[in-house]
Design a protein around this ligand. Structure first.
Ligand code: A3P
Length: 341
């Protein structure tokens, strides 16, 4: 399906008619709306519409795409550290990642103010921009086959069972943060977090942020097969196993491969170390800082493959695996078996 075609079906003129889209309220704190076959927090839809209507891509842009809770924060840190290493050597004490959360270093295309607030337009080239939008909902000018110029997209995928567990635990933290921030100021009690069983059912039904997860993954997988020079497909589990090899691959793809001198000086290993979960977790900004809706520490939990087995029964795992396998029939894609935690 051509990027944007579905989106246009849900538009009236240039504005998105949010209230006409199917609604899902069972995943607090997010009120989800279905757009082009995927579910999104209602609050980001104006940002999606702005990205479609007014975002001006540049040929040197690099987009980092992911389903939520699949390694976005890690990929943001790595891509930022790789692409800006000449200005910010990874060992430098003043490196931005030592003082700012990766989400403050790399913004989302669809977040409020990114396009209409001029946040992205103000960035110097080359820009690194993230998105949770599925491939089919990227603005036509960003999608690899649309428009002219280079524009690269890096996708990170993760085992759906781990993405589900991570999503559920993260959503609980966002609910708690909202309750602590808002109290019952509007006279209503704060929403209760979803139980794991409820979250599981919703996930299996594709009703979660940017879900169905497997369709999100399949869209980028197919694009990466069609356009390997423009779409790089990475797997979270493989990055855990071989971070150095994957960072080299990332740098080559972004057009800034490491030189022999940099290799000899250990720059690749330095970047891997700077962006490791333990290093990031222990930075003051990530221990004590916050985004508008959640503490920075919430982005760093275990960072392993296979933690799903601590939350899901084997029968649940089998059921989800079957749903995913059936849905992926014919795409040529399968999720590699995750390792034990
Ligand atoms: P877990 O909750 O399974 O630990 P996202 O960044 O897309 O929100 O994904 C969050 C997941 O990535 C969390 O997984 C988090 O712990 C993990 N993560 C965050 N930073 C990481 C890093 N530097 N290396 C590996 N995993 C990381």
């Amino acid at each position: 399906m051509a990027a944007s075609a579905v989106y246009d079906d849900d538009m009236a003129g240039s504005e998105l008619v949010t209230s006409s889209l199917p609604l899902e309220t069972r995943f607090p704190p997010f009120q989800l709306r279905q757009l082009g076959g995927f579910w999104f927090p209602e609050a980001i839809l104006p940002g999606v519409a702005a990205a479609h209507a007014r975002f001006e891509p540049r040929p040197s842009d690099v987009f980092l795409a992911s389903f939520p809770k699949s390694g976005t924060t890690w990929l943001k840190a790595l891509a930022f550290a790789v692409i800006y290493r000449a200005d910010h050597p990874p060992r430098s004490p003043g490196h931005p990642l030592r003082h700012r959360n990766p989400h403050d270093c790399v913004k989302f295309l669809e977040e409020p103010f990114a396009v209409d607030g001029g946040v992205l337009a103000a960035l110097p080239s080359p820009r690194v921009i993230a998105t949770h939008l599925p491939y089919s909902l990227l603005p036509g000018r960003v999608a690899a086959e649309g428009g002219s110029g280079v524009r690269r997209i890096v996708y990170i995928c993760r085992d759906p069972k781990d993405a589900l567990v991570s999503t559920w635990l993260f959503a609980k933290k966002v609910v708690a943060a909202a309750a602590a921030r808002d109290g019952d100021e509007d006279g209503k009690p704060p929403p209760a977090p979803t139980t794991f069983e409820e979250a599981f059912e919703l996930f299996c039904d594709g009703r979660c942020m940017a879900g169905p997860q497997w369709r999100h993954v399949a869209g980028y997988w197919e694009a990466s097969r069609r356009l390997p020079d423009k779409v790089l497909f990475l797997r979270y589990e493989e990055m855990l196993q071989d971070p150095v090899g994957n960072v080299r691959k990332l740098a080559e793809f972004m057009g800034c491969a490491f030189s022999g001198e940099e290799e000899a000086a250990g720059v690749v290993e330095d970047i891997v170390e700077l962006c490791s979960i333990d290093a990031l977790k222990n930075m003051d900004v990530n221990k004590n800082g916050a985004q508008e809706y959640v503490k920075n520490e919430s982005f760093f939990r275990k960072g392993v493959a296979g933690d799903w087995s601590n939350h899901m029964t084997p029968a649940m795992a089998e059921r989800l695996d079957k749903i995913v396998d059936d849905a992926l029939q014919g795409t040529g894609f399968t999720f590699a078996p995750a390792q034990s935690a």
